[in-house]
Design a protein around this ligand. Structure first.
Ligand SMILES: [Zn+2]
Length: 321
């Protein structure tokens, strides 16, 4: 039987011109599920809505990919896809708006993306707890079966969300600050709080958050996994690559003219706006062909089954509806 491999966060260009067949690299590498980003706090709803429609139709038309609503929809030999939303700004101040995203396949969301908003605090902004509106959003996500994700969220709001949620929450793509100090990385205390509630912490393949200048490989990911295992234990570790595919000629700039990349990724945290990327690159899908063997040799197949897929599957089985 195919071992379930779960990539907790993958990004394509947020455009109706995007070719989703890039995701078949995950099928070739044996990935059985990936969570696909459909928007962040900086993306207006006028951009997100057509992107969801395009990604949905294109995935449906692509052999080897399948949209899934619950874990029961996963199939061996096919890469299941559900959507994630990075931040609550696209809810436009309405907790009820979670339902519209859930109905269109969103199964995971953060409440803040790097900066504060009316719902929660971001990791690159002044300390801010979860607002009253944020508590309503948490309750609505719990009720509908949308997994709450603390990546990009500030520390105070992260602890508030864990406390407010009656379901386990996750870090779908966040690295230990204990290995590399960056404001986007998370403390051991944040990781433990997620684990104590039954959630999962997924280290991520972003060079910048490891202090690397080149795309991370499977060995780099293995070091992150081993650190995280030591902090939270074998039932609470996953992987989220955060791979971002640029595509020639596809422009994903938000269309409303207000987008300021220096606001969302401040230079003071080392983000580099000179090139097309924010510096260093991401763990490529092909690394998923190498990572399981490396981990098996080091940790044994039972633990690796948990880390590569079964831990995130367990939380999804509990939360998704
Ligand atoms: Zn992200």
């Amino acid at each position: 039987m195919e071992r379930l491999i779960w990539d907790a966060h993958v990004c394509l260009p947020l455009s109706t011109e995007t070719d989703v067949s890039d995701l078949l690299a995950y099928r070739r590498a044996g990935v059985g599920f990936l969570s696909l980003n459909i928007g962040m706090c900086m993306n207006p709803v006028a951009q997100i809505d057509p992107v969801i429609a395009h990604f949905s139709a294109a995935i449906d038309a692509t052999e080897g990919l399948k949209r899934v609503r619950t874990v029961d929809d996963l199939e061996p030999g096919i890469t299941g896809v559900a959507f994630d939303l990075e931040g609550a700004r696209p809810l436009l101040g309405q907790a009820e708006a979670v339902a519209g995203f859930h109905a269109r396949g969103v199964r995971m969301m953060h409440l803040a993306y790097n900066r504060n908003n009316a719902v929660a605090g971001g990791c690159h902004d002044a300390p801010m707890g979860l607002s009253a509106l944020g508590r309503d959003v948490v309750a609505e996500a719990n009720r509908l079966g949308v997994m709450l994700d603390l990546s990009h969220t500030g520390e105070a709001s992260s602890f508030d969300i864990i406390e407010a949620s009656d379901q386990p929450v996750v870090y779908s793509h966040a690295n230990p600050a204990g290995l590399f100090d960056h404001a986007r990385n998370i403390s051991d205390a944040q990781m433990r709080a997620v684990a104590q509630q039954g959630g999962v912490v997924c280290p991520t393949g972003v060079a910048k958050f490891m202090g690397l200048d080149q795309p991370p490989g499977a060995a780099d990911m293995m070091a992150l996994i081993e650190y995280t295992l030591n902090v939270v234990g074998e039932e609470h570790v996953g992987v989220g690559s955060d791979m971002w595919f640029g595509q020639e000629g596809v422009d994903e700039t938000p269309p409303d003219g207000t987008f300021d990349p220096h606001y969302w990724w401040p230079e003071r945290y080392g983000y580099d706006h000179s090139g097309g990327e924010l510096g260093g690159g991401y763990m490529a899908p092909q690394e998923w062909s190498v990572l399981p063997g490396l981990l098996d040799a080091r940790l044994g197949a039972r633990v690796v089954d948990l880390v590569l897929g079964q831990n995130m599957r367990r939380v999804a089985a509990q939360v998704w509806r």
